[in-house]
Design a binder for this molecule. Structure first.
Ligand SMILES: [Zn+2]
Length: 365
């Protein structure tokens, strides 16, 4: 949620096409639920020949019949039982799908499932398999007229990886090794699909995050409360409201030990946003722990590059060390979002320059 991240335009468009097919299916089932599906006629009528047949193969074809087919008919039955309510659900889902265009509008909020919680499971059973297909075998280009070849999770994550400079947009740490087992798990749903299944596959809802952020810290936690107006207003978003340019990160010497620092992350303009970020990802303690691990063997590790390049063999003075630190800060500022851990390192370098310069010099001598 710190760095700006977005999919390349062509891939976002492909994903958008898959997503709109999902939305059309949900809207059809909720607004004009079919009585029964004995063959592919109604699906072809509604979605055209290619997509209609593609859906039919997954809904009712005996050999490949899955829970999805049952879920589609169950949602239609529920909608027929309470048509007025079903239309309100469809309205909520349709409005939610525009969340990316309304993010900065005051009063913007997600309506489903907050307003219609008893529809969550039925909608989830239909909406999530669309994502499962993306994760598993992918979508063939035919039915969706995709511009690319196939579209699956690996393709989407690879595109993010290129654009992300291997840096996690959520925590500023490394994304993990390319091709490693963790890479397959780094697909984060900003709005978790367990609560917002209608937004799985949404091109502004899938992001590449490190395994720690995705699997250990964020999980199904809800970074935006109930996604009501107040929640969304208090939340950064990798595409719509990146936090890196507004958060203030300060490292201060720990009261307990002169060799330990503590990281504090704040947002002076809207404090709640930084609080949400920190609470969701446990960022302050993760960053503090990492910094102190690095500081433990040697304070000078943070200025080691400059020392190697320029300071070696010379007696360090306050002026020369301050200059080395300034150089490192400037270098890391230019690498924000492109090199891992720059934000916390800048904070520590500033702390060294302003608060513990004597300690750094002693360490270098
Ligand atoms: Zn991360």
């Amino acid at each position: 949620m710190l760095h700006e991240r977005r999919l390349p335009e062509d891939l976002a468009q492909d994903l958008g096409r898959v997503y709109s097919a999902k939305m059309r299916l949900l809207n059809w089932l909720l607004r004009s639920p079919p009585q029964a599906l004995d063959d592919n006629t109604q699906l072809v009528q509604q979605f055209g020949k290619a997509l209609g047949k593609w859906l039919w193969a997954r809904i009712r074809k005996p050999k490949t019949r899955t829970a999805f087919g049952t879920a589609v008919m169950a949602l239609a039955t529920k909608a027929r039982g309470d048509p007025a309510q079903a239309v309100l659900v469809a309205d909520a889902i349709t409005q939610d799908a525009q969340f990316h265009q309304r993010w900065n509008i005051a009063g913007n909020e997600l309506l489903f499932p907050r307003l219609h919680p008893n529809w969550l499971e039925s909608v989830k059973d239909v909406a999530v398999p669309f994502y499962d297909w993306l994760g598993g075998m992918g979508f063939e280009p035919g039915p969706f007229s995709l511009t690319g070849d196939r579209i699956d999770r690996a393709t989407v994550m690879k595109a993010f990886r290129r654009h992300s400079h291997d840096v996690c947009g959520y925590c500023d740490g490394p994304l993990g090794e390319l091709g490693s087992a963790s890479e397959a798990n780094d697909c984060d749903h900003f709005f978790p699909k367990s609560q917002w299944p209608h937004l799985a596959i949404h091109p502004a809802n899938l992001f590449s995050a490190c395994q720690g952020c995705n699997s250990r810290w964020k999980l199904d936690k809800v970074p935006m409360g109930d996604a009501d107006a107040q929640g969304l207003n208090n939340t950064y978003h990798p595409m719509l409201r990146p936090g890196a340019s507004v958060v203030v990160v300060k490292a201060t010497v720990s009261a307990a030990s002169a060799r330990q620092v503590e990281i504090k992350i704040t947002d002076p303009s809207l404090p709640r946003r930084a609080e949400t970020l920190v609470a969701t990802l446990d960022l302050e303690s993760r960053w503090t722990n990492w910094v102190n691990k690095k500081l433990d063997p040697s304070v000078s590790v943070f200025v080691s590059k400059s020392i190697r390049d320029r300071g070696l063999g010379q007696q360090p003075t306050p002026e020369s060390v301050r200059e080395l630190i300034e150089d490192d800060i400037a270098w890391k500022r230019g690498r924000l979002g492109k090199e891992e851990r720059c934000i916390r390192e800048i904070a520590v370098l500033k702390c060294m320059r302003d608060d513990i310069l004597d300690e750094v010099i002693a360490d270098l001598t």
